[in-house]
Design a protein around this ligand. Structure first.
Ligand SMILES: [Mg+2]
Length: 168
């Protein structure tokens, strides 16, 4: 069965459920994270100790970690200061370009790469366009404003469809 572009492989409560053991079991060698609302809320510039040690642990267990964000250069640079991961700002997701660049740089094939994000229409779709696996986590903070509410309402049928596939 062909995978639906907007249905993730897995939906989790948060990133910490993705462990080195899990990545090993799934044979993931490269992991790409969205930043905003996946790793930290929009207003938080830096990773705290818990997140830093988690990312370092993950980084030790794979070949490469990437940060792929639609946010601006400052935001991504500041966050990545402590890590020096492969990072792309203004990635233009759902364009798969930045994920493909990550794969190319690290010589990874599609089935070795996992994208982790919080939004179906940007993160999951970008992963699908790149042909890589996708995990969607619950956004760290509820977004306000009509645009985000509208986007979330569009996601609902796909989240329901995901839950149906997991029940069967
Ligand atoms: Mg996000």
């Amino acid at each position: 069965m062909k995978k639906h572009s907007l249905i993730p492989d897995l939906m989790l409560d948060n990133i910490y459920e993705i462990t080195p053991e899990f990545l090993k079991e799934k044979e993931i060698r490269g992991i790409v994270f969205d930043i905003d609302n996946t790793l930290v809320p929009y207003g938080v510039a830096k990773a705290d100790e818990v997140l830093s040690s988690y990312l370092k642990k993950i980084s030790d267990s794979v070949l490469a970690v990437g940060l792929v964000s639609n946010n601006n250069e400052n935001r991504v640079k500041l966050f990545n200061d402590n890590f020096s991961f492969f990072a792309v700002h203004k990635a233009g997701k759902p364009s798969p370009k930045s994920i493909k660049a990550f794969m190319e740089k690290n010589k990874l094939s599609k089935d070795q790469v996992l994208l982790v994000g919080d939004q179906l229409f940007t993160d999951c779709l970008a992963a699908r366009f790149a042909g890589v696996k996708c995990i969607i986590v619950k956004p760290l903070e509820a977004e306000n404003g009509w645009f985000f509410k509208f986007k979330r309402s569009l996601e609902k049928p796909f989240i329901r469809a995901y839950k149906r596939t997991k029940r069967n």
